[in-house]
Design a protein around this ligand. Structure first.
Ligand SMILES: [Zn+2]
Length: 114
């Protein structure tokens, strides 16, 4: 329980994930390719659960994202954190990054931009 919230915040505010740090991709299911998809109901449930278990996440989402549109299905990505079995779920649109703000439902509990 040390600094998890801060790390999440850093990740959400511009950690240069896409380019410079991802040269070692272990399979051709690259980090930017969706892993699977889920229904809107599943996405909403997962994200609501994430928000309820991560202090301050509701405020972070309000400050840094706009709510998602109505879609029937959403992409899901594998979490890129080493050793984390989680999946990344869309929680909103990042305000100034032209990216999706995603949250990990696994052990790392981080947030990322896709
Ligand atoms: Zn994770």
């Amino acid at each position: 329980m040390t600094g998890g919230g801060l790390r999440s915040h850093d990740a959400a505010t511009g950690f240069p994930f896409h380019r410079s740090r991802s040269r070692r991709v272990t399979s051709n299911v690259g980090q930017n390719y969706p892993y699977t998809s889920e229904t809107e109901a599943d996405r909403a449930t997962t994200v609501a659960s994430f928000i309820s278990t991560h202090e301050g996440m509701a405020d972070t989402l309000k400050a840094e994202t706009t709510p998602v549109d109505q879609n029937e299905r959403w992409w899901v990505w594998k979490c890129p954190t080493a050793g984390c079995p989680g999946l990344l779920h869309v929680a909103g649109y990042a305000l100034d990054k032209h990216a999706l703000f995603v949250v990990c439902d696994g052990t790392c509990g981080k947030t990322f931009l896709r």
